[in-house]
Write a protein that binds this ligand. Sequence first.
Ligand code: PLP
Length: 348
Amino acid sequence: MPEEVLRQAADEMLDWHGSGMSVMEMSHRGPEFMQIHSEALLDLRELMAVPASHHILFLQGGGIGENAIVPLNLFGVKPRADFVVTGSWSQKSQKEALKYGASHIAASGRTEAGFTHAPAMSEWKLSDDPAYVHLCTNETIDGVETFEIPDLGDIPLVADASSHILSRPMDIAKYGVLYGGAQKNIGMAGVTVVIVREDLLDRAMSICPSAFEWKTVAANNSMFNTPPTYAIYIAGLVFKWLKRQGGLTAIEARNIEKAKLLYDTIDASRFYINKVERRARSRMNVPFFLADESRNEDFLAGAKARGLLQLKGHKSVGGMRASIYNAVPLEAVKALVEYMKEFEAKHA
Ligand SMILES: Cc1ncc(COP(=O)(O)O)c(C=O)c1O
């Protein structure tokens, strides 16, 4: 979270703009929250340059919820989809879709070293006329980011962008659906942003729960049920912070600089290893391994002593992972890199 946003939320916690209420205490249909809600939607549309062809929905359920919500909304006509599996999250999406229909793996980025490859479209083997093709454009655990987004013509592309949404400009017109949980670059857990093209609202299965049916949610301006009000308020503050930073082009330049510093440090050393092919290295999640893994605990303890926190890799892959989301300042990455060099000098 940007510190500025946390401070503003703290200042406004008990009394939002002289209303005498905390945002948590407002009616979601009252004028105060309606203003917070509509500004958040407008600011997000502006930041991401979302075209008029696409709705922006605020849902609940997170990324894992969307693994079910997407097929429930798109399998109404033909219950089968294709999946490009580039890591743990897209693998989960593919498995969950099997509950509602057929899922075909069109391409996999798994190599002997784990998920290290983002297959280009020339490697995708699409099935005949799937309801959609699903891709996780940034694999949070494996550190694999897909930068080349193909044009699939009439087949809708569905992207899980949970862990890099708002990190750079994206051409939303290329996507049928793009979704992301909030707890990385948007704000706090609890709200899920779903951007969906108008013509895809008519494809839901009859068993789709109303609260998750995009058509119903869109028709009710994301107020079909009580929305996660505080999470939307925090997201709105983050959107305004991003606008003050200069928008997504400016934040992308900062993210490139941060990621380059870290990858250059890893590449210049034989003590640290990143296994992901260079063209697919994530700018948000940088997994790395110590050549001598017996030093992992020492590395983490030394980092913690310096205030460098949450560097342990996901339990499924081990090693380390630096998540350098939008709100992580360049100075923090510099501090990490300094520490890594010192640790190497001491132990190599
Ligand atoms: C890319 C991606 N998809 C889905 C999820 C699942 O999110 P949630 O736990 O909010 O459902 C995560 C969580 O880290 C993620 O990084």
